[in-house]
Ligand binder design. Structure first.
Ligand code: SAH
Ligand code: SF4
Length: 361
């Protein structure tokens, strides 16, 4: 037994196995999960539903270690961004976006990203490593703490999107376990519909996801033909559009979901013509789709520009007239670089090539 077991790295099943392995009853797992995720307690001595002996034992053999908060920024629109420090000077970012009827936490899954989409600041900085389960679920714990949830118990965070730094499906097992904790009754207890995984389109992993998890799926499309998508989202060279759309259809069938959300970043003069909107309508044929148009958020060094409001509206109207539910995402937290695609943190000792080998095909 590892003396240093970080309990944040265990979902309910693993925690039950952990307690069984240390000679304790499996129901201790639910108690400890509640202390950590519902009461915000990270000190074993405060877990008063456990016997004193068990509290002391846990202090000896386990720990609850969170990422370190390096800084917190608050935008003029109320969006908050945390910079969280990990090992070896790496850092990641997490963003909370308050809206009238909901509060969304945008969670990172990797230190950087190896997929190198040309319009994404995270992609431009390369990749270091996958986040552990504890580093993923720890972002939710830290945001809850900062937003006062553990004091007033009002659920300020109602939705979670795996849309921060990284490609969640390239960190499959840890992301699945962390999302289980997000939806687990004894942990955070969110509805599966309110937890969204966004992927750039890794076909085999989408199939695996359909068999493993029932959270909501968002797919980053951004182009309607392979020639352009190969440039914008280079992983398209391994998993071209036709294969991706088939995987989406299989996902809908296997999971019997109502919709898949498709994200489409609006890049001036690149992918925002009316002809492309019509192509997008065709591509959505046979899929219960919702489309999110994302105004491009610039970052230092990029040549792309955001489409004009009139181009975005024209594009949206074509989709809406074809009967597709389409939402233009509001840009939030721009003044603190917290908008989609602007998250960077710090990626030390890039390991890009290694992760490319992992993707394979
Ligand atoms: N890697 C995953 C999830 C993280 S990115 C994915 O690609 O889906 C979350 C969303 O932000 C994706 O749809 C991504 O394409 C989009 N995005 C990336 N850079 C952006 C930018 N500069 N402006 C607007 N959206 C961006
Ligand atoms: Fe990675 Fe997503 Fe950014 Fe592409 S858009 S580089 S997959 S984080």
């Amino acid at each position: 037994m590892n003396k240093q077991t970080n309990l944040l790295d265990l979902d309910r099943q693993s925690m039950e196995a952990y307690f069984a392995a240390i000679g304790e009853k499996p129901f201790r797992a639910s108690q400890v999960l509640k202390w950590i995720y519902q009461h915000g307690v990270t000190d074993f001595s405060e877990m008063t539903t456990l016997s004193k002996a068990l509290r002391e034992k846990l202090s000896d053999i386990a720990r609850i270690t969170l990422p370190k908060v390096i800084s917190e920024q608050i935008s003029e629109d109320g969006t908050r961004k945390w910079l969280l420090g990990l090992d070896n000077n790496n850092s990641i970012e997490t963003v909370f976006i308050p809206e009238k009827d909901r509060g969304t936490l945008c969670v990172s899954s990797q230190v950087g990203c190896a997929l190198d989409c040309t319009f994404c600041a995270t992609g431009k900085q390369g990749f270091n490593r996958n986040l552990s389960i504890g580093e993923i679920i720890g972002q939710l714990w830290i945001a809850n703490q900062a937003l006062g949830f553990y004091q007033h118990k009002n659920r300020t965070i109602s939705n979670i999107v795996m849309m921060g730094m990284g490609e969640p499906l390239l960190n499959f097992d840890n992301v699945i376990s962390a999302m289980r904790l997000m939806t687990e009754d004894h942990a955070f207890g969110l509805s599966r519909k309110r937890v969204v995984l966004s992927t750039s389109g890794l076909v085999p992993a989408i199939d695996k996801l359909a068999e493993t998890s029932d959270v909501s799926l968002a797919v980053s499309l951004h182009a309607t033909n392979d020639e352009l998508r190969n440039i914008l989202v280079p992983i398209n060279k391994s998993f071209p559009l036709a294969e991706l759309m088939e995987a989406c259809k299989r996902y809908v069938k296997v999971r019997a979901v109502d919709t898949i959300t498709f994200e489409y970043v609006m890049l001036d003069g690149v992918n925002d013509s009316e002809a492309e909107a019509r192509m997008l309508v065709k591509l959505m044929n046979g899929i219960p789709a919702k489309i999110n148009l994302i105004p491009f958020n610039p970052f230092p060094g990029t040549d792309y520009k955001c489409s004009s409001t009139s181009a975005i509206n024209r594009f949206r109207d074509i989709l809406v007239r074809a009967g597709i539910v389409t939402v233009t995402r509001k840009t939030r937290g721009k003044d603190i670089d917290a908008a989609c695609g602007q998250l960077v943190g710090k990626v030390m000792a890039r390991a890009k090539k290694h992760q490319h080998r992992l993707i394979g095909k």
